[in-house]
Write a protein that binds this ligand. Structure first.
Ligand SMILES: C[S@@+](CC[C@H](N)C(=O)[O-])C[C@H]1O[C@@H](n2cnc3c(N)ncnc32)[C@H](O)[C@@H]1O
Length: 322
């Protein structure tokens, strides 16, 4: 089972994991990036592959096992857990910190292609959209669209997908559910398509894509977890260690930029969780101004990479001023 990993060369160049490094792939998916890390760090390295979705963690495990059957790979730890728990995962393995961490956000094609998961809207499935339905504090997309106000739904859709027709879509959702509550992905997708102006219905990107993305982000509390996760990853870096983050929409990228810029500045924000980290004397440097984008060839070969933005930060020498 495969998923085309995004911006592999750029990620490897940015993180530059050497032989014997400790690497954390915080969003292992099918293990596309992990396989590259494992080869580079060799038998003296340690690889931690985490995924919040237990089904994906199992796929990552079998792909990694198959690649390193003959015991020629690094020490590998696979865990079905969220990357914001990175501190616990490392300490359980008696590991003090990481030399390289990757967060490749969002969902992968294997999840989207399985209608039973409720991420797809071209094939009928239950309207769920959660990485792990057993996790507390998550709500299936069906619950959101069947119970939240039109105003709340519009705000989420606008904010988490840059949808211009968020109000029309939200009103239409509320009108429809009053007659018949939503149960399936295709029901919702059809209502979204009908709510946007006719000229946009057959656009290259299905208008349902944006609304599904926004509601999936809410269902999984993805931005709250990303914020906590970035702080946890910064705190888990070894001296000279690097964190790379691949985001796929502007809400995520803005959050990554804000937290990296705050960490890389000499002025810790007192209202910010990060201040606790700086008080311990940790210093960081943003590796480059602006986000790195995929090459034109990659976008051509793998259209999913189109919206990818890569940002990188390094934990620098203690006490160094910027
Ligand atoms: C874009 S895919 C990663 C693909 C992977 N890099 C590869 O090449 O196969 C994102 C993955 O992150 C997982 N994920 C989402 N939120 C997560 C979280 N908070 N912690 C850990 N994994 C998460 C998803 O289940 C999904 O498998």
């Amino acid at each position: 089972v495969r998923h085309d990993p995004v911006m592999v060369n750029e990620v490897l160049e940015a993180l530059n994991p050497g032989e014997g490094s400790v690497v954390v792939d915080g969003t292992a998916g099918a293990g596309g990036h992990s396989l590259h890390f494992a080869k580079l760090i060799g038998s003296t390295g340690k690889l931690f592959a985490l995924d919040r979705d237990p089904a994906m963690a199992a796929i990552a495990r079998s792909n990694l096992d198959r690649a390193f059957q003959s015991g020629n790979g690094p020490e590998i730890h696979v865990a079905a857990t969220s990357y914001h728990q990175i501190g616990d995962v490392l300490s359980a393995a008696n590991c003090a910190g990481a030399d390289a961490i990757l967060l490749d956000l969002g969902i992968n094609s294997i999840q989207v292609d399985d209608p039973a998961r409720g991420f797809s809207f071209s094939k009928e499935g239950p309207l769920d959209g959660r990485f792990n339905p057993a996790e507390p504090d998550t709500r299936p997309i069906s619950e959101l669209v069947n119970s939240e106000s039109a105003q709340q739904l519009a705000a989420w859709i606008r904010e988490y997908s840059d949808e211009r027709h968020a109000n029309r879509i939200a009103m239409s959702i509320v009108r429809t559910r009053d007659q018949h509550p939503f149960e399936t992905t295709t029901q919702l997708a059809e209502v979204v398509r009908q709510a946007v102006p006719a000229a946009e219905r057959n656009a290259r990107i299905d208008p349902a894509t944006r609304t599904m993305q926004a509601l999936r982000i809410v269902a999984n509390r993805e931005l709250e977890i990303l914020e906590a996760g970035l702080h946890a990853c910064l705190a888990a870096l070894n001296l000279g260690g690097r964190l790379a983050c691949l985001s796929f929409h502007s809400g995520e990228d803005k959050l990554v930029k804000r937290i990296f810029d705050a960490a890389g500045s000499a002025r810790p924000d007192p209202g910010n969780l990060y201040a606790a980290t700086t008080r311990e004397g940790l210093a960081y440097e943003v590796r480059r101004r602006g986000a790195i984008k995929p090459s034109a060839e990659e976008v051509e070969r793998n259209p999913r990479s189109r919206s990818a933005r890569l940002r990188v930060i390094e934990r620098s020498t203690e006490g160094r001023s910027h």
